[in-house]
Design a protein around this ligand. Structure first.
Ligand code: ZN
Length: 261
C-alpha cells in the first residue's frame, strides 16, 4: 500500500496535479494524507479543496485554513499573507468554510498490519499535525527545542508535520546532547521506519517550497518497504503565477514561487 503525504498546497492546483501525476506514475496511491494549509497564498483555493475531497484525503487544519474561514485573526500574519487570506476568504463558499472549520488540528492514523513491516504494529501508527503537538497550527518544527517539545507529546512512533515548507527528518536520540537530530531531506531520499526511536517527517510544501528548490515537494509512505520517500517534481509555475496575477495577489507571493523561498 502506498500513501501520498502532502502539506502546504496553498491553493496551487497546478502543483497538486503535478504531484498526483508523479506519485501515481510510480504505482497506485491508496490514501492521501494532507498536513494543512491547503489554501492561502495561491489562486485556486476552492479547486484544491474540491480535489482533496474527491481524493478522500485525511486532512488536518493549518493556520491558513483557520484564517480563511475567519476562525482566527490575521493580525499575526505578515501583510502579504494577511492580504492573501482576505482574498481567499472572499473566494470560498459557506459550505467550503464549514468543511475547513470542521477539520481537526491533530489526527492519528493507523495503517493496517503489514507482515513486511520491520518491527511491529507501532511502526504503522502516525500522528498528523500542521505545526507541532505543542502548538498545532502555529509552531514551526525547525529547531531542536521545538522538536523535543513536540516529541514529548507524540504518542506514536511516527509523526508527520508541515508548516515550515522545508522537507525534514527528526530522529529522537536520547544519547545526543540535544535529544534529537534534525536532517534535511533531498529528492529520492528514503527514511526507513524503525519503531525503536520516534521520528518526525516533514514532506515539504507542494505549493510554495521554501528551501530554494521551486519544485513541488511530497512524500510517499510505502507499507511494504516500511519507508517514507521524499520526492520533488516540476510543475507549471508560470500557470500558477498568471492566475495569481489575474487575481491581484501580492507580488512577492507570485515571485517567490520561482525561487522556492
Ligand atoms: Zn504553509
Amino acid at each position: 500500500m502506498r500513501v501520498l503525504i502532502v502539506s502546504d498546497i496553498h491553493a496551487n492546483l497546478a502543483a497538486l496535479e503535478a504531484v498526483l501525476r508523479d506519485a501515481t506514475a510510480a504505482g497506485p496511491i491508496e490514501a492521501v494524507w494532507n498536513l494543512g494549509d491547503c489554501v492561502g497564498y495561491g489562486p485556486q483555493p476552492g479547486e484544491c479543496i474540491a480535489r482533496l475531497r474527491e481524493l478522500g484525503a485525511l486532512m488536518v487544519a493549518g493556520n491558513h485554513e483557520r484564517a480563511a474561514t475567519g476562525a482566527i485573526s490575521t493580525a499575526d500574519f505578515n501583510p502579504n499573507a494577511a492580504a492573501a487570506a482576505a482574498w481567499t476568504r472572499d473566494q470560498l463558499s459557506g459550505e467550503e468554510k464549514s468543511y475547513l472549520d470542521a477539520l481537526p488540528e491533530v489526527a492519528e492514523q493507523r495503517v493496517g498490519q503489514d507482515p513486511s513491516l520491520k518491527a511491529g504494529a507501532s511502526a504503522a501508527e502516525f500522528t498528523l499535525v500542521h505545526g507541532t503537538l505543542r502548538e498545532p497550527i502555529w509552531e514551526y518544527l525547525n529547531s531542536h527545542e521545538a522538536a523535543i517539545g513536540h516529541l514529548r507529546l507524540q504518542e506514536t512512533a511516527l509523526g508527520l508535520v508541515g508548516h515550515t515548507h522545508v522537507p525534514m527528518l527528526v530522529v529522537e536520540d536520547e544519547s545526543s546532547a540535544q535529544g534529537c537530530e534534525l536532517y534535511r531531506l533531498a529528492d529520492g531520499e528514503a527514511v526507513d521506519l524503525t519503531p525503536e526511536r520516534k521520528i518526525v517527517i516533514n514532506p515539504g510544501s507542494v505549493g510554495q517550497p521554501r528551501d530554494r528548490d521551486p519544485r513541488a515537494s511530497y512524500a510517499v509512505y510505502d507499507t511494504e518497504q516500511a519507508a517514507v520517500t521524499l520526492h520533488r517534481v516540476e510543475y507549471d509555475i508560470g500557470a500558477t503565477q498568471a492566475l495569481m496575477e489575474a487575481a491581484g495577489l501580492p507580488r512577492w507571493l507570485i515571485e517567490r514561487l520561482e525561487v522556492g523561498r
